[in-house]
Each structure stands twice: as structure tokens, then as C-alpha cells.
Design a binder for this molecule. Structure first.
Ligand code: PGA
Length: 245
């Protein structure tokens, strides 16, 4: 059971169409009657195509909308298929996920992620900065070295971190149903918080209505980044409810 202010971020990845937005009505309704609502920050990150319609749908509710990535440029430009932070903001986004391992895997470097974080914060978006080690790195016992590098390079020359939260997402945990051992997770989150003072650190990777009972007991976690389970509104609501039970 927690009494803390907690983030619950829904990462829909490449899923969802206009009709999927109907499920949000149930979440909005739930948040209106949930007694711990004022202790939650709920952010939905749908595919870019849904940012604008979703923003309209959640207007006057507790839910805020975020994007899943952005281009590093602050201005318009000839970059086919890209969307810059200013455009996301214009569409209704308040947040953006950056550095997700699925994008790192397809070539995003720490340097590029750093440029994106700078542009996003400059344009007024809040950033959910993802870091995490792969299974090979975990087996080599270099988790802290990897996280340290991702943090140092990703946050280079960024003094104001007020609008940044970190999501620790071990790559081996994403979509696998496997979560870290509680002691390890506590220790890693602690390490991140020592490295970056006064920052919120969330956990992401296979969070679901079952393992939330174990995860919520880890005192230094400030919230959860939920992928698969967030597409099912019942599961997402269950995760929020159980965190405070
Ligand atoms: P998952 O994804 O909850 O489906 O493991 C989390 C994420 O990739 O952000």
C-alpha cells in the first residue's frame, strides 16, 4: 500500500485506432470516483495519430496525453515522416516518451536522445526519459555502468531537470512477463536517484494487475510505465487501484 503521489503512464505503442478511444470513458469515470485520484498522475501515450482526438476526449478529466517519440528539431523542416515537439504540443500533448529501448534498438543513440530531450523541454513538453540494460548486459553485471552512461549522455548539459522523469525499464523485462527481483529493483532505483538528485523514477516492464501487488511494496518507485496491460482499461484501472490497496 502506498500513500505517495504516483505516476501511471500508459504506453500504447503501435496499437489503437479512433474506436479504441471509447475505452477511455471508463477510465475517466473511474478517476472521478476513485478516492486516491488526487494522488495520481495519469498520462496516456497513444500513437501520434490519436494525440489530438485523445486530447479532446480527455479534456476536463484527470488524464493528460503524451507522445511516444519526437524529432530533435525545434523548427519545421524537410524531414519526411517526422514530428517535432512543437507540433506534438500543438496537437495536445503535454509529455513525450524519449529513449525507449524499442527506439534505441532501431538506432537511437544517447546523443540523439539528448538532443530530443533538450528540444522537447525547450518547447514546453515534459519528458519521460527511458533507460535500461539488456539481458546480456545484466548477465555481464554491468547494469549500473550502462545506466550511468545512458543518464550522463542523455542528460548532458541539461541543468533544469524539473520537467523530466526517468523510467527505468530493463529491456529483458519489457513484454516478457518477467520483472526484476524486488531487492535488485530497489537497489537500482536508489542508484538512479543518487546519480540524479531530486528526480522521480518510475518502473516499466511487464507491469500487470498481478505483479503490481509486489511492485507497489518497493518504496522508492514513483510510478509505473505500463505497455501491454495499458491497452486494456480494466487492467490499467486494476493496476491503479491495487497500488493504493
Ligand atoms: P510492457 O511494456 O508493459 O508491455 O512490458 C512497457 C514499455 O515498453 O514501456
Amino acid at each position: 500500500m502506498t500513500n505517495k503521489y504516483m505516476y501511471f503512464i500508459a504506453n500504447w505503442k503501435m496499437f489503437g485506432g479512433l474506436s479504441t478511444l471509447n475505452s477511455l470513458s471508463k477510465v475517466i469515470k473511474f478517476l472521478k470516483i476513485f478516492k486516491n485520484s488526487n494522488k495520481t498522475k495519469i498520462i496516456y501515450c497513444p500513437p501520434s495519430t490519436l494525440i489530438n482526438p485523445m486530447s479532446k476526449k480527455v479534456m476536463n478529466s484527470k488524464i493528460q496525453v503524451g507522445a511516444q517519440n519526437c524529432h530533435e528539431s525545434l523548427t519545421y523542416g524537410a524531414s519526411t515522416g517526422s514530428i517535432n515537439p512543437m507540433m506534438l504540443k500543438n496537437a495536445g500533448a503535454k509529455y513525450v516518451i524519449l529513449g525507449h529501448s524499442e527506439n534505441r534498438e532501431s538506432g537511437e543513440t544517447d546523443k540523439l536522445i539528448n538532443a530530443k530531450i533538450k528540444s522537447a523541454t525547450k518547447s514546453g513538453l515534459k519528458v519521460i526519459f527511458c533507460i535500461g540494460e539488456t539481458l546480456v548486459q545484466k548477465r555481464k553485471k554491468i547494469t549500473k555502468k550502462i545506466l550511468s552512461k545512458q543518464i550522463t549522455l542523455g542528460l548532458q548539459k541539461i541543468n533544469k531537470k524539473k520537467n523530466i522523469v526517468i523510467a527505468y525499464e530493463p529491456v529483458w523485462s519489457i513484454g516478457t512477463g518477467i520483472i526484476p527481483k524486488p531487492d535488485d529493483l530497489f537497489d537500482t532505483i536508489n542508484f538512479i536517484k543518487k546519480k540524479v538528485r531530486n528526480i522521480k523514477v518510475l518502473y516499466g516492464g511487464s507491469v500487470n494487475p498481478k505483479n503490481i501487488n509486489e511492485l507497489k511494496l518497493i518504496k522508492n518507485i514513483d510510478g509505473f510505465l505500463v505497455g501491454g496491460a495499458s491497452q486494456d482499461h480494466k487492467k490499467f484501472i486494476d493496476i491503479i487501484k491495487k497500488t493504493y490497496n
